[in-house]
Design a protein around this ligand. Sequence first.
Ligand code: G16
Length: 580
Amino acid sequence: MSLNAEAVRAASSAFRKPPDFHPSYGTAGFRADADLLASTVFRCGLLAAARALLLGAHTGLMITASHNPVVDNGVKMVDPDGGMMPQSFEPVAAELANCANDDDVVAVLRDRVLGAALPALAASASASPQQPQHLTVLVGHDTRPSAPQLLAAALSGVRALGVRAVSCGLVTTPQLHFLVHAANHGSSRAADGPAAPQLQLYYDTLVGAFLQLSQRPHAEDLNGGAGSGAYGSGTAERKAVVLYVDCANGVGAQQLGPLVPALRGVGIELQLRNTGAGGGTLNLGCGADYVQKERMPPSEFGDVPAGARCCSLDGDADRLVYFSPLAAAAGGGGGGVSLLDGDKVSMLAAAYVRDLMGQLPEEALRGIRVCCVQTAYANGASTAYLRDVLQLPAVCTPTGVKFLHEAAHDADVGIYFESNGHGTVLFSQELLKRLRAVDSNAAAKELLLLARVINQTVGDAISGILLVEHILRRKGWGLPEWQALYSDLPSRQVKLKVADRAIITTADAERVCVTPAGLQDAIAHIVQEFPQGRAFARPSGTEDAVRVYAEAATQQAADELARRVAQVVYDLAGGLGSRP
Ligand code: G16
């Protein structure tokens, strides 16, 4: 295979980079105002095709800006294993996205992306079935109005390298990750690449395993345990529930459709809200980010009774938080929500998996490591619960699924969730092999089914709903019992604008500011005034903002601590607008 420079140059000329636009590869890929992004998405198409050529396998590209406002868009890159593009490739992705002209695009692609691999690719192309036309880049998108135009740019980029581009249409980000993995593994792998996306396989895998789980008695009962202890009573287990789902006016609404009849059949009634049908705007006054940060019920929840079981997805359905509306104060004031964030999902999953592991025979457990991965945003009470009650090891990484996912892979069971609701539970191949070897043990069987319910490629709100509902049902719990696992420390998150957020750099998994000079000392000085106080500031990798997190013994104190830290950020890092 040789690079057809002329084809790349010609295709690239249709997608010129705006001169003053300097895209950077952030927390989850490129993200910006959609009007600026055509060249970036075209070049990501080139990059996804180049990764397919380099690895001899199918890759993916998702057009989404997830939780951002509807006017933004972005790209998330998917590697053949269904995971994210490795971080080592991010600098060259940024270099390609920032090329000033078509010649530079060709040069970076040839010298920096394909580079030394070009001669090898040329040699293998004649011998191998993995010629460009047999490799596929699967492209998905969310519900943003800018999607069609950016999809065209992505497809053009892929095809400029002679690789097949297949549009999966409207899919969630986790579905696209799943599809890419499926295209490269197992029964759906075709010699000439996937002709059509295999969404049915996604539902069959996750929902099929969930339905099997819901028909099984408690693992503890089957293993001869008391049965009504940790897992609750069989009667409570069968109680029908209504779950109100805030779909953020995003792609999750459509993709949850097949779950509605399937879950109704086992006594779970999904009531979908903010589906887009009511004319609502993506992520505006709704969605997981809104509910988690504002602690308010989303739009279209006015008639949902206080105490109801509710959850909220984000725009591309890779985040999930649960909540319950609180009764409005006398006089009609907004009632707020009782929030069960990503930390609560994580602890619920960790407690459950730990209980199941405790029922496995000794030989299955030898040398097996279970670990929870959190970020600096994890509520201090969740970290204490993990350490003191569950007695599981915890790892703290910087913000971003890419960091947590990697750390979770170091364990045999890696449980990772960000507080904002991104996360999953990863099972190692070694553990799955051991579980298969003892699958007459009911807990082993249940863990094997859980590994199918839980999306193994990336955090997935749909998969998360199935996981949470299964555990709650097993335990015979409602949201209050789940909430009572531990009491969150009061916390507050705020964001502010500064002239250049890149001047804030951090260390120690973002818990310490390195620059600008004096900022960390100022934050530390303020924090010591607050009992149980903890605070940090970090530049967002998805929005033009600096985020400040604070927690303290009371809500009033957490609010005040966040405000004081935001003030020093404003003063020392070039705050814009009015001082917090
Ligand atoms: C993305 C990432 C998440 C991260 C979030 C916020 O979420 O995938 O891992 O927590 O951005 O990042 P930041 O604080 O740097 O803006 P999403 O849902 O927008 O894809």
